[in-house]
Design a binder for this molecule. Structure first.
Ligand code: HEM
Length: 419
């Protein structure tokens, strides 16, 4: 008897399917015509050797000392989802987090969360859009908000700095892009893989959580560039290299114990006014950031990673890097954060008739105070303010890494090691 399609598929995991039809031929078939280039050491596809199969088979283990998706090199695509709790029963949430842990481990290996069954009269266990695809460097990073702790009666375990972000000057935060209890940051080198992963996790938890807001986004890497360019055409993420030299100081949290090895995630949905930007002179654009557009070098320097000297003056005694430039203001705080942002374009803004596009700004830091001080320094001063509006916001505590056998958030939910 011939096997049904469902039965054939059930015999193959996503990865084995990829292998069974030959990694390199998959690469040729998919890579042909799309013109994707080999990548540089900063991208997650650093070993990408010119075909898609290497990129498809890249995977980052879910289990480890830290959650993946924080210091992991940024991938090409993100699907960021914020969820609300639909229950205040902590046992129910423990069950969800256990299931998510198992599922995330499989998805990040490039597997579906369950093998297909044989019964064609029930819906398939997996939604199917990632069949035949690899892991594509998928990372799934979980965080919870101050409201999550409140709703589950865990507020006593919240560090004093873990409170909602204040309103900053010029903020136009919309309720539909803020708040929420849980965030899942899904990043991969393929947008469908990132979306598929989140979709499966939501299906599993349907009766315990509801979706609040989400945003997808993209990054692009080419042959020679270490750093992706944002929609203003500037390299974005250059200073991360410095932050990563001392992640213990700038990124990883030590206390309380339930958050040890984790990090605070700030997300800001930032609309960029591209039409206004496009009418700005190149000189004006470079003075906005304090960097040279083509090379990414600090003004007054030669190359992207050269030292940015905010003290140096030109022949007329004016600062070479303008005081009110984005970088000038950030440098003056002396603070460092890890930025892991993605551009987005979501159609047309119906009120202005312009692109609804911008930056899904995501940063990881040891303390929310780092972000608050930086954003306050930008305040009304930052030259970039003319070109942007913050419309979404969130603060989440991303747990430390999970060891095999344990589950995400266990130390908080079981209240064993709370400091
Ligand atoms: C649409 C919004 C934004 C855009 C387009 C943008 C773009 C940039 C660019 C092009 C750079 C210089 C290159 C680099 O080091 O990456 C930069 C640096 C930086 N940005 Fe932003 N940024 C945005 C929002 C923010 C926000 C909201 C924060 C935090 C509150 C922030 C914090 C920083 C920091 C800390 C640096 C590094 C400064 C240094 O030490 O050199 N940025 N940004």
């Amino acid at each position: 008897m011939m096997k049904s399609d469902t039965q054939n598929a059930s015999a193959l995991s996503r990865r084995s399917f990829l292998k069974s039809i030959g990694g390199s031929s998959v690469g040729l078939a998919l890579g042909g015509g799309l013109g994707l280039a080999a990548c540089t050491p900063k991208s997650s596809t650093q070993n990408f050797s010119g075909d898609y199969s290497a990129m498809a088979q890249q995977n980052y283990p879910f289990y480890g000392a830290h959650q993946a998706g924080i210091v992991t090199p940024a991938q090409r695509a993100i699907y960021f989802l914020v969820l609300d709790l639909h229950t205040q029963d902590i046992e129910e949430i423990k069950a969800v987090f256990k299931q998510w842990t198992e599922s995330a481990a499989k998805l990040t290996r490039g597997e579906n969360i369950q093998p297909y069954g044989d019964n064609p009269f029930v819906p398939p266990v997996d939604t199917g859009e990632a069949d035949g695809l690899g892991a594509y460097g998928l990372t799934l990073t979980f965080g919870v908000s101050p409201a999550f702790l409140q709703k589950l009666g865990l507020s006593a375990h919240a560090p004093s700095e873990f409170v909602d972000l204040p309103l900053f000057p010029r903020d136009q935060i919309k309720p539909e892009f803020s708040g929420g209890d849980i965030c899942i940051q899904s990043c991969a080198d393929d947008p469908q893989t990132a979306f598929h992963a989140v979709r499966q996790l939501v299906r599993q938890a349907r009766s315990s959580v509801t979706m609040k807001w989400s945003q997808s986004g993209f990054n692009a890497f080419d042959h020679s560039q270490h750093t992706p360019r944002n929609l203003f055409g500037f390299k974005d993420g250059t200073a991360n290299q410095e932050t990563l030299k001392n992640a213990d100081q700038h990124v990883w949290v030590n206390t309380p114990n339930w958050l040890a090895g984790g990090s605070y995630l700030v997300v800001r949905k930032i609309q960029t006014h591209l039409e206004t930007w496009d009418r700005t002179s190149l000189k004006g654009q470079e003075e906005t950031f304090g960097r040279i557009r083509h090379s990414g070098a600090p003004m007054g320097a030669q190359a992207e990673f050269d030292h940015a000297d905010i003290q140096s003056k030109d022949a007329n005694g004016n600062p070479v890097i303008p005081d009110n430039s984005h970088m000038g203001l950030a440098k003056k705080t002396g603070l460092q954060i890890l930025r892991r942002s993605f551009s987005f374009s979501s159609g047309i803004d119906l009120t202005t008739g312009q692109f609804d596009a911008g930056l899904l700004f995501i940063s990881f830091q040891k303390s929310p105070a780092q972000f608050i001080a930086l954003q306050s320094a930008f305040g009304r001063m930052d030259r970039m303010n003319e070109y942007i509006t913050h419309t979404g916001s969130g603060l989440f505590a991303c747990f430390g890494g999970v060891q095999e056998g344990a589950y995400i958030g266990q130390a908080l939910l079981e209240n064993q090691r709370t400091g």
